[in-house]
Each structure stands twice: as C-alpha cells, then as structure tokens.
Design a protein around this ligand. Sequence first.
Ligand SMILES: [Zn+2]
Length: 500
Amino acid sequence: MHRFLAALTFLVLVPACGEGEAARPNVILITLDTTRADFVSCYGVHSGVTPHLDRLAASGTRFDMAISTAGVTPVSHASILTGMNNHTHQLRVLSAPSGYTLPDDVPTLATTLAKHGYHTAAVHSAFPVSRNFGFQRGFEVFEDLNTQMKHLTNDKGQVKSIWDVQNFQRRSDETTDLVAKSLKGEEPFFLWIHYWDPHDWDKLPPDEVLAPKERFFDATGAPLRPGIELYKAELNYQDEQIGRLFAGLEQRGLLENTILVVTADHGQGLMEHGWAAHRLLYQEQVHVPLIVKLPGVQQAPSVQDLVRTIDVAPTVLDYCGVKPERPFDGRSLRALIEGRRDERRLAFGDQINGYDSNAGMAYREDRRYDQFLYMVVDWPHKLIYRPLHPEQSELYDLATDPDEAHNLYASEAALAVRLRRELARSSPWVPGPYESVTGAEQDEAAHRALAELGYAAGQTVDPTWSWTCPEHMDALLEGPKSRCGRCQSPPLMIKRGEGG
Ligand SMILES: [Zn+2]
C-alpha cells in the first residue's frame, strides 16, 4: 500500500519549479573545505565518520565520482559558484598581484538568484572564501572572515604570502550558531555555508572529542603524521555540527521546499603521493563528495558517471527555473538525478602554483611536484600534464588504478595524445605571472593586444613559454592562437630546458 502511494505521489508531483508555477525552492549550498570523498562514510571506506551526511545522502542522490577544478580553496569555490572552469571565471591563484579575484562581470549563483528575487546569505568559516576574492557579490548577508595577506621575501628574493590561519577561521559549532542568527527565514532564499574544520590543526574540536590524546598527538604535542585519525575526528565533529544545522533548519520548516547541495572544494593528501596537503591534482585532492537532495523529485540514489563541481550551479538554476546570465562550462545534472542517461562529461582542473606566492610549499619542498599542473579526466582516464616537464606528465586508468600508482604516460602514447588534445582545446594556459593590474592598465595598447590573444587583464606573456602540437610534440607553433600545420590541433603549452 505504501509503495503504491509513493508511486502515485511521484506521478502527480511537478519536478521542476519554474517561475510563476509553484513556490520557488530555497537553495542551501554547503561547501566542506578540504573534505575528500572517501572519508565521507557513505562513500564506503571509513564507517561512522559522517552519520548526518550519510543520512542526507540516503534521502537524495550521491554522486560517486565528482571532480573539482583545483586543489586550492578560492579557485575551486569560484567554479562551484559560477559553473565555470578556472580559465573561464579567471580566479586562478590564492595570492598574486592580480588573478586572485572573481571579475565583477562573472555571474555567480548569488548574483543570478538575487536578480530573481532570492534573499541571499553566506556564512563562512575561513578567509579564503572572503570578499578579498570577490565572493561577496550578490549577497545581502555576507559573514566572511576577511583579512590581508602578509608578503615576506627571503634572501633569494622569493615572495611568500601568508595569512593568519589561526585567527581568521571559525570552528563548525560557531558557524552553525551564526547560520541560525543570520537566516531570517524570508523565502525563497539562497544560503551558502562554508565549513573548514579538517583544513588544519589551528582550531581543534573540543578536548573531549580528542581523548585520549595519544591517538592524535605525539609526546611533544605535535599531530601524528599523516594525521588520518585527526582528520577523521575533525570531519566527525564537523558532521555533528551539520546534524545540528539540519535539525535547526527543520524545526523552522526551512528544509521543506529546499534544494540541498553538499560538496567540497578539494580533498587533502594524507601522504598517498608523499604529500600531506592539497594544491595537487591527485584523486585525494580533487575527488570530492557531492550530494544533492531535491524537494518533490524522485531521485536516483546514486550516480556513477563522472560529474564535476561546475555542474552544481547549472543544476541549481535548472531546478529553480532560472535562466543563466552567461553560458556555463558545467551542465545540469537533472537527467542523472532523475535516473536517465546523460552524455559523458570531461573534467578539467589546474594548479598555477608557480605564479601563486602562497603556493611555494607545493613545489619548493619536494621537487617531484611541478609549478604548473593541468588536468583532464575522461573517465576512466586522467591526464596530469606538466608543461615544464612534459615527459614527466602522468596518465592513469582510474578504474583499474584508483590510487594513481601506475603512470601510463609513456606506454599509452595514443591515449596521451588524445587527452593532450582535449586539454589544448580547452585552452587553460596561464602563460605569465599575474602582474599588478594598475601597472598593466597604463599600457592600453598592450592590454588590447593581450586581450586579442585571449589573456585576462593583468597577465603578461612570459616569452620563455613555447607552444607545440599535442600530437606532434616536435613541432613548435607560432603562439597560443596558431594551429599545427600537419593536424590542425590547437597548441599545447610547453617550457623546455628550465628546471622547475
Ligand atoms: Zn579549501
């Protein structure tokens, strides 16, 4: 009887919520900083870490292979908010003289939904999603933690830019309290909540959560490496706060007609590839959880297809019945959510660490990592292209080698060519450091010439970069806009002879 009623209910529900039809749904977007998919328990590896997220996933759709566009917070958040790849939205680095802000003319979920009558609020837990990066546009309430980067120069003249990590972050209990205060309950609303707990050890869960201490810290009080137990404890505490958040919203009746999306900006290395942080493009950094719960839609419980965090914004606007202001790189997940097949997707990502003064640690500490990494995933194959050392690029079959241990780049030449072509076609290159925008603006002609070549404001072309064909790697091309004379492929960026 119950099953029959459920089927009947499905038939009469209106899945979309176009303007002028039923009341438009609220939208809650929760971004979990530094949360890799495989540590969210419903993804099946570590049980009992995230019971509240698991419960949400059980009532919505869990995407098993969602890929983010970067391993660094502001860059990948910009993709979640805009539905665009990094080279489209142009926020590419965390710290540089330019290139770290979302340009004013790039629409976000907040700016678009605000134009359609949504009340908008954001409650954040750390500096890297603050107004410093241009994320405040479109929000009526914007509870960020803004500060200024500090720039230190060493005796080699290298600039290291840092921020006060201890004082410009909030623990998830504080964030959850602040959401309750910030949300007035006027509908429809768009609420973006950002949690940060597993990012670092500067703010720990309460003492009773971390007992006994020997499980997490050595005799000197330093966290045990690689920190898996502490990472799990922080995720677990954060999940408890998410449970409290859901309970509070439910009590106020604010979850009934609400689209709920939970994802992450990136994961975290726990020494799998010798690295205990993010800013790289291995699966532990870019495979993120993605859970979508919709009101009044019969949803597929899980989806195995490759999807991307750039699909979040198109999906949200699709179910809100709101047209995008600009084309997305991402595509609505509606077909997959509703249990139908969809065309395959390619996932792109990059790390422009070499032009990011906050990122020195990602290549100076370990020479295995390059200053520039570009990624394309065409399931099950993944290319991590290294323009400084093309021969050291990496190619993996994620279906048979999910740990990315067996590099096929040299042995699978035809596959490498195909993926290099896909990458070149997307033109993601950053061919010079991000310079001061005010300096660049003084030279209008140079500015226009660069714009014609397809470069963003503030970027100059570093003359040491060369361009080659993705297939004919021996063929040097004229520049970023030229094509290979033999096969007409768009150019691949390359830098020969310079040790990264
Ligand atoms: Zn982050």
